[in-house]
Design a protein around this ligand. Structure first.
Ligand SMILES: [Zn+2]
Length: 264
């Protein structure tokens, strides 16, 4: 069950969804767009330095975000490229920022972060082995099997499949993710079970349920249904609370942060 952090009750503080608030020792959450200082399409808590936002505003936003994240002052990130490369992050490599769309760590104190607007942010934990993973899955990443690659990386880092929990964060929903029918056909062809999460759209178009497709991929990889949580709404429908490029008519928007790690 998801819960809103107490900080969301103030208009000026970043709000964060914490689906695992009942699990002790996990540093995690899905930020929305509230609580920052950026303007326009970046309003307000944009945490990307690469979308053309004011550097000073992004710096202030990160200061506010770090205060919410707590213990760790550094969040390890990747240069997201819509692929399926997953990196193992250690305290030593946490500042490297290589190309990729996912990270896992087995070191408490290392916090991993991914940025998204409509793409699916995926967090994974094994709270006993203290292994955490963060992944950024747009439609390309979903087609590339990022969720499964991430799961395999979790296991390589010492996680046990029976203990892994996954949270899929705010992302574009089946209500709004309309794509060319050809692309939807490709999902149905390349991902077993994906056809069930497609419905017809306007002529030549179809709607896809990305979170349901990622969930199907994880179930097929061996996770139990109760290990997977969907946190937060469709970003386009809830564009007041979350950045959504679709809601902005395709304009470059700010990006929200999803983060996970274990307390040192
Ligand atoms: Zn929607």
């Amino acid at each position: 069950m998801e819960s809103l952090d107490a900080s969301s009750t103030s208009d000026n503080a970043p709000s964060v969804l914490r689906p695992w608030s009942a699990i002790s020792g996990v540093t995690h959450g899905f930020f929305g767009r509230a609580g920052g200082v950026s303007q326009g399409h970046f309003a307000t808590l944009n945490l990307s330095r690469m979308v053309g936002d004011s550097a000073d505003a992004v710096e202030e936003n990160w200061r506010r975000a770090r205060r919410v994240i707590g213990a760790a002052s550094h969040v390890a990130m990747v240069r997201q490229v819509h692929g399926n490369t997953v990196h193992v992050v250690t305290r030593e490599s946490a500042k490297a920022r290589p190309d990729g769309d996912g990270m896992v760590t087995a070191q408490p104190g290392v916090v991993l972060g991914v940025l998204s607007a409509d793409c699916v942010p995926i967090l994974m934990i094994d709270a006993k082995a203290h292994v955490a993973g963060a992944f950024h899955a747009g439609w390309r990443g979903v087609l590339a099997g990022l969720a499964r690659t991430g799961l395999v990386a979790m296991l390589s880092a010492g996680a046990d499949p029976s203990r892994i929990r996954v949270a899929l964060g705010p992302s574009i929903g089946p209500c709004c993710f309309e794509v060319d029918a050809g692309l939807a056909d490709r999902f149905a062809r390349e991902i077993e079970g994906a056809a069930a999460h497609r419905r017809e759209g306007r002529p030549g178009k179809a709607y896809l349920d990305l979170r349901a497709i990622v969930t199907a991929q994880l179930l097929r990889a061996g996770l139990r249904p109760d290990a997977i949580t969907h946190a937060g709404p469709c970003t386009r429908c809830a564009a007041v609370e979350f950045f959504s490029r679709r809601a902005a008519g395709g304009a470059v928007t700010g990006l929200q942060l999803s983060f996970v790690g274990f307390e040192p």
